[in-house]
Design a protein around this ligand. Structure first.
Ligand code: PBG
Length: 335
């Protein structure tokens, strides 16, 4: 309906803080946030130079961080392991070993009973020397069917160690079905699956690959140096919907869109065209980019990050993963 000026003036309701509050359509809460955390098998935490304020945590620091997250009202953490080079191989076999730091961390955190959701990453890239998310064929492509069989085992090991939500980020075909089937066979029918459904072959993952030492793609000149043969092309949105339909049919409980800010249209499409909960991942490159902007323009990074997250919520995401979850939770509490 046309509301013509001057009878209608949009500025009336924008004038005061209270009137802006009354007309506010979306609000970000600490409990919309998920904190991704890196853990390594070392006694001390170590800063990650390309991600201001983010650390590879020692197990003890991880426990403290989780306690803090819970206190701030954060709903869940997403755990990512940093695997020492001597444990990496071509097939990522350390992913299935109970002594790996991810499994160790899960077992410890589960005992802490913090009532904080524990989300784990299912993919082989932290464990492989070439940094691909699966096992390679002789021609250098990821072997889809061999890989999903291993991912299903990886998921079960994580569930057994205490994971509440299994999050496959590998982007192989049929992995949701393979994981769901195996989890159910082992009686883990209460463990959820958060599918990285619209995971794009993005250039925004650089700092994350630094963080977990997944530098095999650049170093290893015998393998394909990008993930375009399994991740989505940034040009495609219809394909993202197709993948969502497939993932939901196979048993995904929630859908992930990743990266977040450049892909708001995908979040909106999922919101309009599916009934599943939607999570958006503000990835490492988005986080570092906003920090750099804040530094160069002398702004509070929290304001920039908060705005970006709120936009993801407006587009239709229920929850967001952000490396700034603790900062934003504190920022929200101070408003
Ligand atoms: C791979 C994985 C990646 C991220 C999470 N899981 C990177 C990749 O696909 O190479 C990136 C997250 C981020 O950039 O914050 N399993």
């Amino acid at each position: 309906m046309l509301r013509p000026f001057p009878a209608f003036r949009s500025r009336r309701m924008r004038k005061y803080t209270w009137s802006r509050t009354l007309t506010c359509e979306h609000r970000l809460h600490a409990n919309n946030l998920i904190l991704p955390v890196f853990v390594h098998d070392h006694p001390n935490s170590q800063p990650i130079p390309s991600m201001p304020g983010v650390q590879r945590h020692s197990l003890e620091d991880l426990r403290r961080t989780c306690e803090q997250a819970k206190k701030c009202g954060i709903a869940a953490i997403a755990l990512f392991p940093v695997i020492d080079t001597q444990h990496k191989d071509a097939t990522g076999s350390f992913a299935l070993k109970e002594e790996n730091i991810l499994i160790q961390a899960l077992q410890t955190l589960q005992k802490d009973k913090l009532e904080l959701g524990l989300i784990t990453d299912v993919a082989l890239d932290p464990y492989t020397t070439h940094s691909h998310d699966g096992i390679l064929q002789e021609d250098g492509f990821v072997d889809n069917d061999k890989t999903i069989a291993v991912l299903a085992q990886q998921a079960c090991l994580q569930a057994q160690a205490g994971a509440d939500i299994i999050a496959p980020s590998d982007m192989q075909d049929g992995r949701i079905k393979a994981i769901r089937t195996r989890l159910d066979q082992k009686n883990f029918y209460e463990v959820s699956i958060l599918a990285y459904t619209a995971k794009y072959a993005s250039n925004f993952y650089g700092p994350f690959r630094d963080a977990i030492g997944a530098d095999g793609l650049q170093k290893n000149h015998t393998c394909i140096q990008d993930k375009k043969h399994y991740q989505l092309a940034p040009s495609n949105s219809r394909e993202a919907l197709d993948t969502a339909t497939q993932n939901l049919y196979e048993g995904a409980d929630c859908l992930m869109v990743k990266p977040g800010l450049p892909y708001l249209d995908i979040i909106q499409t999922y919101h309009q065209q599916t009934q599943a909960p939607i999570f958006a991942y503000q990835v490492s490159g988005e986080y570092s980019m906003l920090h750099l902007l804040a530094k160069h323009t002398k702004q509070d990074p929290n304001k920039l990050i908060h705005e970006a997250l709120l936009c993801m919520k407006r587009a239709g995401a229920q929850s967001m993963l952000t490396y700034a979850a603790l900062d934003i939770a504190k920022y929200l509490a101070s408003q």
